[in-house]
Design a protein around this ligand. Structure first.
Ligand code: SF4
Length: 317
């Protein structure tokens, strides 16, 4: 059995700075750890933006914030039938997880009622595991979601605590952390990750990874900044492909058994190296479109997984 690495922050930082010629051996090490502790299977998820745009928060990377002149127009809560149809289509493509995502600071009573109706409809009409991403929760809201059978809750810390004030001023990192704790305390699975490439230093990437480790999420979505027009980060450059690979491998070595999921930005960051990211530790993907950006087609992703001989995780009901 491959030994589970016990990285120190200095060792994690060293991974983020290894020379290019050592990246292939890093990838090999991360892949062996992934196979030993998380297996060869890949968990496929699809997400739906059930309420788009008009968000009162000022996250500087986000085109759904009403603070920035972006092309995203606010839309009301999606029709539940359309949501169920989208879940059925993704299940037919192999998705086992379906996540309802809202552009809100946190849900109000009306939105909670709509979400709970949608969760019931998904349970009644599909076999997918239902996840939600509704922002900052109260204890009562978290309890309602748990009782409704929501299996996993997504709430990203987004970045290191020390860097968070540079990316958002309308809420704090600590508020996000509290919602993550609430979810865990209720016994729901926590999906918690962030976005790399927003101007944080490598030391802050390591700081962020160790802050995630304190929480112990079941799943870590790995986003790379895809600079959106109109946002304060629109002129940022994207993460260099090999830096993205180093980041993925560092996360896999720190979190041997989590679902490390490719989320937004992988197409612009990694391009043709998306397969290499899979071999550096990724074992979950979001298929189809993201919230406000287009992903490549599910068939292309499924073909990549077939080429890599990585089977899809099947639905345990
Ligand atoms: S990231 Fe979420 S909370 Fe922040 S502006 Fe976008 S939708 Fe709102």
């Amino acid at each position: 059995m491959v030994e589970a690495p016990q990285l120190t922050p200095d060792e994690a930082l060293a991974i983020l700075t290894i020379p290019d010629e050592e990246v292939p051996s890093l990838v090999e090490r991360a892949h062996q750890v992934r196979l030993a502790y998380a297996g060869a299977e890949v968990e496929v998820e699809s997400i739906i933006s059930a309420k788009t745009g008009g968000c009162p928060e000022d996250c500087h990377f986000c085109s759904q914030s009403r603070h920035w002149p972006t092309p995203v127009r606010p839309e009301p809560f999606i029709d539940v039938d359309a949501l169920v149809e989208a879940a059925k289509r993704s299940q037919a493509k192999g998705a086992t997880e379906f996540c309802i995502v809202l552009a809100v600071r946190g849900p109000d009573d009306k939105i909670m009622r709509q979400v709970l109706r949608a969760v019931d409809a998904l349970h009644a009409n599909t076999d997918v595991h239902v996840a939600c991403s509704l922002g900052i929760l109260t204890t009562e809201q978290a309890r309602q979601l748990h009782e409704a059978g929501v299996r996993r809750y997504n709430h990203n810390l987004e970045t290191a605590r020390s860097y968070f004030p540079e990316i958002c001023t309308t809420h704090t990192w600590e508020e996000r952390y509290e919602t993550c704790r609430l979810v865990l305390d209720l016994g729901m699975e926590l999906c918690c990750g962030g976005i790399f490439g927003m101007g944080e230093t490598k030391q802050q990437r390591v700081e962020f990874a160790f802050q995630l480790k304190e929480l112990g999420p079941r799943e870590i979505p790995v986003n790379f900044l895809n600079p959106r027009p109109g946002t304060p980060f629109e002129a940022s450059s994207v993460v260099a492909p090999l830096d993205a690979i180093r980041t993925i491998a560092m996360l896999r070595l720190l979190f041997p058994d989590v679902v490390l999921r490719y989320a937004g930005g992988r197409e612009v960051t990694l391009g043709e190296l998306q397969s290499m990211g899979m071999l550096a530790g990724i074992n979950g993907i979001i298929i189809g479109n993201y919230l406000t950006t287009l992903g490549r087609s599910p068939d292309e992703d499924l073909a990549m997984l077939a080429d890599l001989e990585m089977p899809l995780r099947s639905l345990e009901i």
